[in-house]
Design a binder for this molecule. Sequence first.
Ligand code: MN
Ligand code: MN
Ligand code: MN
Length: 288
Amino acid sequence: MTIPQEQKSCIDLHCHSTASDGALAPAELIARAAEKGVSHLALTDHDTIAGLPEAREAALGAGLTLIPGVELSCVWRSYTIHVVGLDFDETSPPFLAALSCQNENRWQRARMIADKLSRLKVDALLDKATALAGGEVPGRPHFAQALVDAGVVPKVAHAFKRHLGAGKPGDVKACWPELNEVVQWIQDADGVAVLAHPRKYRLSATRLRELVGDFRKAGGRAIEVSISGQSSGDLGFVAELARRENLLASQGSDFHFPGAAWCELGRITKMPEGLEPVWHYFREPVRG
Ligand code: MN
Ligand code: MN
Ligand code: MN
């Protein structure tokens, strides 16, 4: 005889919609998350919460709990770092002002990319890339697609190799605020600041500990431990870091588009033992 298992919650606190660089509209994203068994989802678009209203309405219909989220870019020393904000007050005026500043930074970068690629003589390149981004700020993938559409290169990969990849003219760095500033924004809006995907910055173990130290000093409280596509070695390393530094543990898929088997909504490796889940500290704590 099998004993019926209690329905466990499935928590995914990192993903993207068309409000930033994801492929699915917020409502489509929610539908897919529900289909994959996700019970609690944070939509964490890059530097914008524009997708939250649509996601919230869809979540109501799907019986899924939506947690306010955002993924903010910032700098620490010479590195671009991502900080996820969770469970904040999304009506906080200073927070909204900070987000619109981040958005303006992104537009400035997009205009600069278009400028740097002007020698390719593609008519209205910025407009075309913007249209491909659904009217939002275009990033390098959108410019790459626009170059393909205009017949400048045969494939997106070529666009990166020749025009947009590291060291090429279209590889424009955005001008982001400092790490401690963005952590402060999240805190001031009563949210939790989470250091996103700590192994993705290619920092040495020593550097990463320094980053975590500065992040904590700024008021950061959590770190992403369990994320998609991470080796078990990295998982163990980050778990140990979280335990030692007394940080709450978060988890998420960082889902952007369907079809990547290693990165699917709700498909998250089990959190290692001995960690305190960040969702226990939400304004409405999540159990499970
Ligand atoms: Mn992204
Ligand atoms: Mn990121
Ligand atoms: Mn992300």
